[in-house]
Write a protein that binds this ligand. Structure first.
Ligand code: ZN
Length: 452
């Protein structure tokens, strides 16, 4: 047995009671959390253990990203001043040149940055599969293994081209049948439902304005027959509301519910424009929300009603969203972003730094259906752990270490563990060479730009 003890730091367990230890310890046996407590680990547990000194550090669960488009790492900096529909229209031609090799490079860059910002579980939504583009989902799985993070890949799709009334150009979409067949193949090939799994796959048609009702309906049937989750974009912008009113005579929530798309096996990206009836339906059905505050700010989409969602009991996690609408790509940063934006919407006491940390950890785990395994520091869970330095110039002397994460500069990462495996040490990846990844990303970005 391999035993590691992390001790000497401020431990925020994010368990149901919000237990915190001013100076605590976490014992990890073979990748599983064996014990958590106040003070130093008891003597009988110390024999033969590797000790990770966390003095001057904040110890939290690894962060869980619930929405991303990893390939967009190659298209940062485009359409900087556009709203969603104009931004999408500007980027579709570029994205439709993507292939497996380019995606592999972009995904490695995006996941390296996620890991360096405290993220241990990466949700991805890939929805553009040009003809002849190779095994894109396989490339993403490969890059996750290289960086050493837990992956929730989703096999996305679009089948509603502009000639049929959709937003994407016809050359960017698949047929309905091809999308369904490929989704099933991706689940059968990569989805591992076992405890501690490093790869889950979900089914994820892209959005109400890029997908037919047939694909949404059939995707829900398929996912449920395979026992996997469903994911899409919903209620992101007022333009989407107008599109659904015009084409379906419904709100996005009514439209999706009529197609079988509310349920505890479903999570939606954004949920910015959810009205009171929609929030009630999400709560009654257990539908989750990936809150992506930076992306919503970049595209001026609005601020999601997270306070109301949480009050109603809706599962809420955080997401960075694709780097084309959030060039930071750092999940740790989204905690502060969520705190600030939700306060702008609902007031200073409506969303605390601990609410932010909870959404970024166990909230996200619940959204992904993994809260029995990850999201809090409790005995029996996987050792996905972030150890943040709060004794440097950014945070030395701060009254509350959790406020360093929720209000201050993103603290440097001392260590990051995924299932007990060391992924980041002293702020740098130990699983892969960062300069090599950076070079690959630069070359792939240039190659993609040259194709368009
Ligand atoms: Zn998105």
């Amino acid at each position: 047995m391999t035993r590691t003890i992390i001790e000497g730091g401020y431990v925020s367990t994010v368990d149901a009671a919000g237990t915190e230890h001013r100076e605590g310890y976490v014992v990890v046996d073979d990748g599983l959390i064996a014990a958590v407590g106040e003070g130093t680990a008891p003597a009988p547990l110390r024999e033969g253990a590797d000790i990770v000194a966390a003095n001057g550090c904040l110890v939290t669960p690894g962060l869980v990203n619930t929405h991303h488009h990893l390939y967009q790492w190659l298209t940062r900096g485009y359409a900087q001043d556009a709203i969603l529909f104009d931004w999408l229209t500007a980027l579709y031609p570029l994205w439709s040149q993507i292939d497996a090799d380019l995606t592999r490079a972009g995904a490695a860059g995006a996941m390296a940055v996620l890991a360096r910002s405290g993220c241990t579980t990466v949700g991805d939504h890939h929805y553009i599969f040009p003809r002849g583009s190779g095994d894109i989902v396989g490339a993403i799985v490969e890059s996750a293994a290289r960086v050493g993070v837990r992956l929730h890949a989703t096999r996305g799709s679009m089948d509603l081209g502009a000639s049929q009334g959709g937003l994407p150009p016809d050359f960017a979409v698949e047929t309905t049948d091809a999308a369904l067949t490929a989704s099933q193949e991706a689940v059968e090939r990569w989805h591992d439902p076992s405890f501690g799994s490093l790869v889950h796959v979900a089914v994820a048609p892209c959005s109400p304005f890029s997908v037919t009702a047939d694909l949404l309906r059939e995707a829900a049937v398929l996912a449920r027959s395979l026992g996997v989750r469903l994911h899409t974009h919903a209620s992101e912008t007022v333009e989407e509301d107008a599109y659904c009113a015009e084409h379906f005579g419904k709100t996005p929530t009514q439209y999706l519910e009529d197609l079988g798309w509310l349920g505890e096996d479903v999570w939606m990206a954004h949920g910015v424009h959810l009205d009171a009836p929609a929030i009630s339906r999400y709560a009654a059905t257990g539908t989750g929300v990936a809150h992506c505050p930076s992306s919503n700010g970049r595209l001026a989409a609005g601020i999601a009603p997270v306070h109301d969602l949480l009050q109603a009991g809706v599962p809420v996690g955080l997401g960075v969203d694709g780097a084309a609408s959030n060039e930071s790509g750092q999940l740790g940063v989204e905690i502060r972003q969520a705190v600030l934006m939700n306060r702008l919407r609902t007031g200073a006491d409506s969303f605390s730094v601990r609410d932010g940390l909870r959404a970024a950890t166990v909230g996200g785990a619940r959204v992904l259906g993994r809260d029995a395994e990850i999201g809090s520091l409790e005995a029996g869970k996987l050792a996905d752990i972030a150890v943040w330095r709060v004794d440097g110039v950014e945070h030395a002397g701060i009254l509350d270490p959790v406020a360093a994460l929720g209000l201050g500069a993103l603290p440097p990462l001392h260590r990051l563990f995924v299932g007990g495996r060391s992924v980041v040490a002293e702020g740098e990846l130990v699983t892969a060479e960062e300069p090599v990844i950076a070079e690959e990303v630069a070359a792939a970005s240039r190659a993609l730009a040259a194709r368009a």
